[in-house]
Design a protein around this ligand. Structure first.
Ligand code: ATP
Length: 233
């Protein structure tokens, strides 16, 4: 169980996150939705240790993890797939995948994780020698997720995996996310596609101006505030 408790994060004078709390129970998919600039990415970056907290706490299995270095958080099994993919564009697909297994714990499970990545995204095997920067947007997203899976996550933090993908690929991407979850990996999904996020997640947290404004299960789709602000109905 990942527990984010009333966290606060600032960039200089800008208070980007001012009291976000949520829980991701083991094996669940939870999602964070909200307008551009609401603080979703900042929240994920705080969980993965890339940003320091000004207040609040983050616990994994009851143990406090805020204040740990990002690589220590990866070693505990919390792995982030960054928004915008952040691949090494001039390296091959396979080199990018191999780089995901750089921590000692992941090295032990390298073979099993490679098989998992190839069965989820067979195209990455077909393209293993291709330079990553020449992949399509959808393939790059698959590669970014594949690389994260090589780190052997227990909890995957996914930042807008459907961003920029064609509608058909969006469906494939969400299918893959569900499949990853079926393999026992807990998922925290930041998603601009609100109707997909609500359908996939056991619980969704709506972030507005750096705070959780509302949370609930798939029934949130019937909430008048969600319908007006995020579903356009
Ligand atoms: P989006 O869906 O557009 O990615 P978001 O909900 O993920 O939005 P954040 O990226 O967390 O939002 O941004 C929250 C606030 O913090 C915004 O006002 C943003 O401009 C600001 N911000 C984000 N990153 C930085 C940074 N590195 N330096 C300064 N301000 C930042």
């Amino acid at each position: 169980m990942l527990e984010v408790k009333d966290i606060h994060v600032s960039y200089g004078d800008l208070h980007a996150v001012t009291g976000v709390s949520f829980e991701a129970p083991e094996g669940a998919i939870v999602s964070l939705i909200g307008a551009n600039g609401a603080g979703k990415t900042t929240t994920l970056n705080a969980v993965s240790g890339l940003l320091r907290l000004e207040g609040g706490e983050i616990h994994l299995e009851g143990k406090r993890i805020d204040g740990l270095a990002p690589h220590e958080i990866v070693d505990l099994g919390v792995v982030q797939v960054a928004e915008g993919r952040k691949l090494f564009p001039s390296m091959t697909v396979w080199e990018n995948i191999e780089l995901g297994a750089y921590r000692p714990r992941a090295k032990e499970r390298r073979q099993a994780n490679q098989e998992r990545v190839l069965s989820l995204f067979p195209v990455l095997g077909d393209r293993r020698r291709q330079v990553a920067g020449t992949l399509s947007g959808g393939e790059q997203q698959m590669l970014a997720i594949g690389r994260a899976l090589m780190a052997d996550p227990r909890i995957l933090l996914l930042d807008e995996p459907s961003l920029g993908l064609a509608p058909l690929l969006v469906m494939d991407m969400f299918k893959a996310v569900r499949e990853i979850n079926n393999q026992g990996i807990t998922i925290v999904l930041v998603e601009q596609n609100v109707s997909h996020a609500l359908a996939m997640a056991a619980k969704t947290f709506v972030i507005e101006n750096g705070k959780v404004a509302l949370s609930g299960g798939p029934e949130l789709r019937d909430d008048p505030r969600v319908r007006t602000a995020y579903l356009g109905v």
